[in-house]
Structure formats: structure tokens, C-alpha cells
Design a protein around this ligand. Structure first.
Ligand SMILES: CC(C)(COP(=O)(O)OP(=O)(O)OC[C@H]1O[C@@H](n2cnc3c(N)ncnc32)[C@H](O)[C@@H]1OP(=O)(O)O)[C@@H](O)C(=O)NCCC(=O)NCCS
Length: 190
């Protein structure tokens, strides 16, 4: 049985998944992951407004950057069939964050990364973990890839906790002049 739904609401509002709205890609016990709509940009910016998020994303609370983020993910949907998707908290229809899959370069090789960003009002309820696990399952079912990774700054303890739960393995690696953690899960049967 799913855990009871906290009465979470979204300060920034954001789009809602309706029959006529953006495409729903994944549904879990408590969450819908759907493609971004163009009017999600203020909700995306709001994910990065708090101090903890700004340590790792100093400029993403700016609306122009959030608009670019939404546009970039629409390009990913067209080119790859996947990207970051809006996380909708089913109990209220509120925009809780984003999670999804992206093509990335890891040590010179192409990799598929699962990424996640949750609004401060929704953190600590297992939302990133539930969404990322669902994205891994979706990725191995729909994307030809031997491995899905998450690259995490060593100072991002919340993200390390999530990645440690979602993935099966981890190692240190060098990125942008710093040691990061590379969490990874190999495709079932590989
Ligand atoms: C990382 C992030 C997505 C986690 O979202 P979330 O929905 O709160 O994640 P979950 O609830 O699934 O799990 C978080 C876990 O980390 C723990 N955690 C939170 N802050 C922590 C900290 N400073 N140190 C250690 N653990 C921490 C939580 O307690 C929770 O564990 P618990 O279930 O045992 O209590 C969220 O903090 C966030 O959006 N941060 C800003 C964006 C970001 O950094 N994204 C990741 C980029 S790699």
C-alpha cells in the first residue's frame, strides 16, 4: 500500500497533466512524470530558489534560464524521445520537481544519466528516489543502453543518498576539475 500522501501544495503552481495537456510518460504510486509544457518555466525556476539548491545551481532560479531548461528538454524529447520530465504530485496535481534521462558525456564516452531536482516544499518524502527508480526502469525498457549513471558532486549529500539507493554501484571520477561520484546501474541481464 502506498504511504499516506502529505498535503503538499506547490508555491509556484505549474502545469497539470490533463487529457489534453502534455504527454504523461510514467506513473508511479504517488507521482506522474510528464513532459514539460512551455508554461512550466516559473515552476522550474522555483525548484532552485532555496539556498541548498543554489549551492549547486546558482543561476537556475532565473526565469530566463528556466525557460531555456524547458526548451532544451523539448529538444531532447524530439531528438531522443526522453529528457527531464515534470514530477506531478498526484494527490494535489502540484508541480513537485523534475526527473528524467539525458544523454551526457562521461570520461569521453556517451552515457545516459538519470537526474532529479525536487522543490524544497516536497523534499524528504522519497519523491526523488521514487521518480529516479521509475526512470531507471523506463530507461532500460525503452532506451538502448548498457548502463544508466548519475554524476553527483561530493558535497551534495541529499543527492548522494538518493543515488546510493537508486543505483547498484559507485566510484569516484574526475569532472570539471573536481572529484565527483559516478553512481551507475547496468542493464538487467548485462
Ligand atoms: C537531491 C534532491 C533531489 C533529493 O530530493 P528528495 O525528494 O528530498 O529525495 P528523497 O526524499 O528521495 O531522499 C533524500 C534523502 O536524503 C536525505 N538527505 C537530505 N539532506 C541530506 C543531507 N544534507 N545529508 C545527508 N542526507 C540528506 C534525506 O533525509 C532523505 O533520506 P531519508 O529518506 O532517509 O530521510 C533534492 O534535495 C534537490 O532537489 N536538491 C537540489 C537539486 C539537486 O541537487 N539535484 C541533484 C543533482 S545531482
Amino acid at each position: 500500500m502506498p504511504p499516506p500522501a502529505p498535503a503538499l501544495t506547490s508555491p509556484a503552481g505549474g502545469g497539470h497533466a490533463t487529457a489534453a495537456g502534455p504527454r504523461t510518460v510514467i506513473e508511479t504510486n504517488r507521482l506522474i512524470l510528464r513532459e514539460f509544457s512551455a508554461d512550466d518555466a516559473p515552476a522550474v525556476a522555483s525548484i532552485f530558489e532555496d539556498e541548498a539548491a543554489r549551492v549547486f545551481y546558482p543561476d537556475m532560479h532565473r526565469l530566463s534560464n528556466a525557460e531555456r531548461w524547458v526548451r532544451r528538454n523539448h529538444e531532447r524529447y524530439s531528438a531522443d524521445g526522453f529528457g527531464l520530465w515534470a514530477i506531478i504530485w498526484k494527490a494535489t496535481g502540484a508541480f513537485a520537481g523534475d526527473c528524467g534521462l539525458m544523454r551526457q558525456q562521461v570520461e569521453g564516452d556517451e552515457a545516459i544519466e538519470v537526474g532529479y531536482h525536487v522543490h524544497v516544499a516536497f523534499r524528504g518524502h522519497g519523491i526523488a528516489t521514487e521518480a529516479a527508480r521509475a526512470c531507471l526502469d523506463w530507461g532500460f525498457a525503452h532506451v538502448e543502453c548498457a548502463r544508466i549513471v548519475s554524476m553527483v558532486h561530493p558535497g551534495n549529500h541529499a543527492s548522494r543518498t538518493v543515488a546510493g539507493r537508486v543505483h547498484t554501484s559507485a566510484r569516484r571520477f574526475w569532472r570539471h576539475g573536481a572529484h565527483y561520484y559516478l553512481f551507475f546501474t547496468d542493464a538487467p541481464g548485462d
